[in-house]
Design a protein around this ligand. Sequence first.
Ligand code: C5P
Length: 302
Amino acid sequence: MAIIHADGWVFARACAKINLTLDVLGRRADGYHELASVMQTVTLADTLAFRGLEDGRTEFFCDAPVLNGPENLVYRAVQAVRAATGCQRGVRIELQKQTPVQGGLGGGSSDGACVLLALNHLWHLHLEREQLLDLAASLGSDVPFFVVGGTALAEGRGERVGALPDLPGRWVILLKPAVAISTPAAFRALTPAGYSDGQATARLVEALRSGQMLLLDELHNALEERVCQMYPAVAESREALLKAGATLVQMSGSGPTLFGLFTSLEEATPVYQRLLQEGRQVWPARTVTHAEALGIFASKDE
Ligand code: C5P
């Protein structure tokens, strides 16, 4: 999350994520699902700009009109920091969206985490990592992951996050089918037949920790099969990604965005070009390490 100072503005990047694995272990009494997931930040990112205001106001502007309101996680993150610290400083935040909305890429969650980290840094609040993680969890299940970034294991409802050794770098092609899927709808559609004991996640965690050669041939997303059944556009896009030459394809989170992983840019480029020519919504990206994801915030706070 590189940060640059210019004319009183501070710029930060809020990276999107993909779920390399997403095991659903079962449904909990509180309505959430118990998860085990290896999550990974990628270079597709929103840009946030911060500037101090003389009075204690919070001003927020987003270039996507549908997101330009006080229910945005950016705004809610500011409120959460104020409530936790009593800080009354004013701030203007401008958010330029790149990551698709409701795409399964955690865009809004990443924006929220970015605000927590940035305000902690800019306002010299000295919030500890655990406090930041608690604030993040209060904003949403996916938000704590973005306080950690890189490659990480998420458990519980997604809010218990531990860093893993960085995934050896991969090129990523992201393809968003032209449907919007709400996260609750995707989870509701899952039946107990889709639950697992978390084996896919455990195997990937083990491989990352032991530094074995990663084959990454056992990706798994428990939500994918039902989402493909309910939304034919997702199944069709999945086929298109495979037909274009990707061999390792999976849906991210609750979808609908799909990703293909590649070890070389030479392999990834023709796949990207072909999908682009087909008029699809597609982004080239690569995986982002823990250090890259947090940038200056990590050097200050860790
Ligand atoms: O925590 P967050 O507000 O992002 O979750 C949105 C919705 O996604 C929840 O209300 C729930 O329906 C579903 N969800 C779930 N299990 C999780 C995470 C999210 O069922 N672990």
